[in-house]
Each structure stands twice: as structure tokens, then as C-alpha cells.
Design a binder for this molecule. Structure first.
Ligand SMILES: Cc1cc2nc3c(=O)[nH]c(=O)nc-3n(C[C@H](O)[C@H](O)[C@H](O)COP(=O)(O)OP(=O)(O)OC[C@H]3O[C@@H](n4cnc5c(N)ncnc54)[C@H](O)[C@@H]3O)c2cc1C
Length: 413
């Protein structure tokens, strides 16, 4: 039997590792085909170069970290969860791990390049790696025929792990969708997820002026004046708009046709207080500190630079608390707790960390990752319509899916 792994990113490398380590026929001939000169280019960028490999979240909460794909991914997480990933890294790869805030797990070496190199070296005696080979098309007759820029290959089984279409400079340019469509699979339109958001012209100056400032906020997405989604967490102002975990998380809800639709992110910069509570605070402060500038009063709650910008833009830069009119207080409150940042465009695939969309999950067996349309075709990683929140969940999904695929393939031997 010959198995071909198409794409040597996280999902492809993990599948190759599982085919090596799981019990089963060691005569299975495994070839991994990767278009880049070295596999795992995106992997080397993960976790800001440190590779957040998984997350030790309470197992009962894990599937909630995958949005609409929670039920699909559940069996995979149950069979090969974060503890299995940690054990694989420590005991098979020899890479010690450590836990950081929010249960995120990193290798002790803090090096995503080392993770990639260790994975490649782990499989090198077991798997033939054909790198620099761009897969052009995949057909199925008696066997799978894979045409590449380096020649034609035949396989009995194919694991398709050529990724989504986010961060295309790493090699994943959406080829998976063409291969899968040619087999009759349905592709749910790919969109950027875990992505920064570009501010529209009404807010671009403000975000640029505050570039580099981060704070905790509640972020709400409004589409056509209707609340569509909201989350809380860290936001970061940037030259181009907004980023930071909370913004990146909500970005997946921004539709592709958002341009010109009046969409905005509303920021509550003091999420720990309701509007009424903060208003009462302001009334108290204004009464107690009549000789203090309004800007300095609000700087007690938000970073001074943000207080300065907001107050200046509202025309209160040099205004003292004494006699501050109710109307002005209400306007200030709206600017702090309902700060609207208009959205210029849908999240760019160039900057999105993961792809939302991909092959319809109805067409994939969630217990094996095998296509329900094409026997012998397995689909793993971002080619699937699965995207997780930030914190190591996307690599964990690749791991869990790779495990199920490898286990199913080896059980056929
Ligand atoms: C900057 C950044 C940081 C991230 N940090 C984290 C993190 O810390 N933790 C986490 O869990 N997730 C993180 N992610 C997300 C995570 O990296 C991805 O979800 C994961 O890499 C997806 O793996 P994949 O194998 O499906 O796709 P990819 O990693 O994109 O791999 C697909 C591979 O297929 C190859 N390929 C594509 N088309 C062809 C073709 N036609 N022929 C041959 N080969 C082909 C590509 O070159 C590529 O190597 C991050 C993503 C980015 C962009």
C-alpha cells in the first residue's frame, strides 16, 4: 500500500508522525509532497516564533473553542486531545513543554523552527519527503494519480493536507479547494479568521494616533446597525486599524461583502462598569474635582494617551470639570463606552492566521477524516471547514485530525 500526504504543513507533518508511531503495517509506503523547499513554513511562524502547540483547557470546554465545528471535531479531540499532544512532544519528539497564561502550551525551547525541524527529523527514516514539488492535480481511477511539477505519483490512499488560503506567502494558496472540488466536494467560501481589522476613513486617524496602545475592552460587531457578535479581551490600536486577541477573534464574523455597508466595531473601553455605573462615577468625580481637567479624570480609567485623544476629538482637551454640562458628560461617556471604529474591508487573507470555510463537514466522516464521497481520500487541517480560537487550538485540531486519519489508514492494513 502506498499513502501520499499532500502538503507538508502542520497537518501533513503530524499525519506522517502518526503513521510512523502508531501500531500497524510498517511496510506502508508513505510519501509527503510539499511545494516549498522545506516543509512546515507556516509552522515556523506560529506563536510569534515560539509555537503555541496546544491548550490545556478543561476537556469538557474544548469543543466550544471551534465555533460551528465543535461537534465535528469532538471525536478527534476525545481520541487525541491536548494531553496526548503534550505526551507526543515530550516522549516521542523529546521536546519538553511548559504552560503559560490561559493554559497555553509552548515548547520549553521557545522555538517554532526547532519544532518544525524535530518533526521533519522524526519522520525522515520512515517517510519519503518530496519537497519543492507543486501538486497540480489529483485524479482517482484504480489508484490516486497525483501530478506535480516534479512528476507523477500513484497512491492507494491520499491525505489531503494542503491547507486553507490564509497567509498565502507560506504556501497555502487555496489549492486544496480546487483538488476537492474536482472530486465533487462542496467548498464553503473561505474567509479570513483570527485577523486584524482595517479601520475605515472615519476612524483611521484615531487608530493611527493611538498605534501601539493596548487595553482590555469589550468589542461588539455591528452590521447594518444590528449587533452581530461581541467578545471581551485585549485590543491593540495599530497604524492600519485594530488588532489584538479580542479583535482577531471577532474578525471571523465580518462578512466578505462588508465594504460600504456601514459596519463597525464598537469598543467599550471600560467593560467592568455599565453605562449608568460609569455615569455615576463621572458625576462623582466632576463634583469632587472641579479644578481638574476632564482628560485627567478619565485617565483614571483608561490609558492617558487614549483619554487624551478621545477627549481632544470630543473638544474637551482643555475643559475643566467645573460646570461640565450633562450633555457633554453623556457625549464623553458614549465616546468611551461606545467608541465606533468603522470597518474598511473584510479581513485580508494575507494577514489572517487561519481560514474560516473549506470543505463541507457534512461530506467528511468525523471519526476517521475520510471523505464520504471518495473512499481512500482523507482530509485534515485547514482544508476542512474548521477554525479554532487563538491559544493553540488550531494546531491541536491538526494533531487530532491527523491521528484519526492515520489510525484509520493503519487499521485497513
Ligand atoms: C502567523 C501565524 C501564527 C500562528 N500561530 C499559531 C499558534 O501559535 N498556535 C496554533 O494553534 N495555531 C497557530 N496558527 C494557525 C496554524 O498555523 C494553522 O492552523 C496550521 O498551520 C494549519 O495547518 P495546515 O497543515 O492545515 O496548513 P498549512 O500549515 O498552511 O500547510 C499546508 C501546506 O501545504 C502546502 N501546499 C499547498 N498547496 C500545495 C500544492 N499545490 N502542492 C504541494 N504543497 C502544497 C503548503 O506549502 C503548506 O506547507 C498560526 C498561523 C499563523 C499564520
Amino acid at each position: 500500500m502506498k499513502a501520499g500526504i499532500i502538503g507538508g504543513g502542520a497537518a501533513g507533518l503530524f499525519a506522517a508522525c502518526q503513521l510512523k508511531r502508531l501500531p500497524g503495517d510498517k511496510d506502508l509506503d508513505v510519501t509527503l509532497i510539499e511545494k516549498n523547499p522545506i516543509p512546515g513554513k507556516k509552522l515556523t511562524l506560529t506563536g510569534h516564533g515560539r509555537c503555541n502547540i496546544t491548550n490545556r483547557k478543561d476537556p469538557s470546554m474544548l469543543k466550544n473553542c471551534y465555533h460551528e465545528a465543535g461537534n465535528f471535531i469532538y471525536p478527534a479531540l476525545k481520541e487525541f486531545g491536548p494531553e496526548d499532544t503534550i505526551s507526543f512532544f515530550e516522549n516521542d519528539l523529546g521536546l519538553k513543554t511548559k504552560e503559560e497564561d490561559n493554559n497555553r502550551i509552548f515548547p520549553v525551547c521557545d522555538s517554532a523552527v526547532t519544532v518544525r525541524d524535530t518533526l521533519v527529523s522524526y519522520i525522515s527514516d520512515r517517510v519519503k519527503i518530496i519537497s519543492g514539488a507543486n501538486v497540480l492535480d489529483i485524479k482517482k481511477g484504480d489508484v490516486f494519480e497525483v501530478n506535480t511539477s516534479k512528476g507523477r505519483f500513484e497512491f492507494d490512499i491520499v491525505i489531503l493536507s494542503s491547507g486553507g488560503s490564509s497567509f498565502p506567502k507560506t504556501g497555502s494558496v487555496g489549492d486544496s479547494y480546487n483538488f476537492l472540488e474536482s472530486f465533487g466536494h462542496t467548498i464553503i467560501s473561505p474567509r479570513g479568521a483570527l485577523a486584524p481589522v482595517k479601520a475605515g476613513k472615519d476612524s483611521a486617524e484615531l487608530t493611527k494616533a493611538l498605534s501601539g496602545v493596548s487595553l482590555e475592552a469589550k468589542v461588539s460587531l455591528y452590521l447594518s446597525d444590528k449587533l452581530s457578535a461581541s467578545t471581551k479581551g485585549e485590543i491593540l490600536f495599530a497604524d492600519f486599524g485594530l488588532t489584538g486577541p479580542a479583535v482577531m477573534e471577532i474578525a471571523r464574523e465580518i462578512p466578505a461583502d462588508v465594504e460600504g455597508s456601514n459596519a463597525c466595531l464598537e469598543l467599550d473601553l471600560i467593560p467592568s462598569m455599565s453605562d449608568d455605573e460609569f455615569d455615576r462615577e463621572l458625576i462623582g468625580l466632576i463634583g469632587d474635582h472641579p479644578d481638574t481637567k476632564i482628560t485627567n479624570l478619565i485617565a483614571r480609567y483608561i490609558p492617558a494617551s487614549v483619554a487624551g485623544e478621545i477627549s481632544a476629538r470630543a473638544g474637551f482637551a482643555d475643559i475643566y470639570a467645573q460646570g461640565f454640562p450633562k450633555e457633554s458628560r453623556r457625549r464623553l461617556l458614549r465616546k468611551i463606552k461606545h467608541l465606533k471604529i468603522d470597518i474598511a474591508e473584510a479581513p485580508s487573507m494575507d494577514k489572517a492566521y487561519v481560514t474560516r470555510g473549506g470543505v463541507s463537514l457534512k461530506e467528511v466522516d468525523r471519526k476517521t477524516m475520510q471523505s464520504k464521497l471518495v473512499p481512500g481520500l482523507y482530509i485534515t487541517g485547514e482544508a476542512l471547514d474548521v477554525d479554532g480560537i487563538s491559544g493553540g487550538f488550531n494546531l491541536q485540531a491538526c494533531m487530532s485530525e491527523a491521528y484519526l486519519a492515520a489510525k484509520s489508514i493503519l487499521s485497513m492494513q
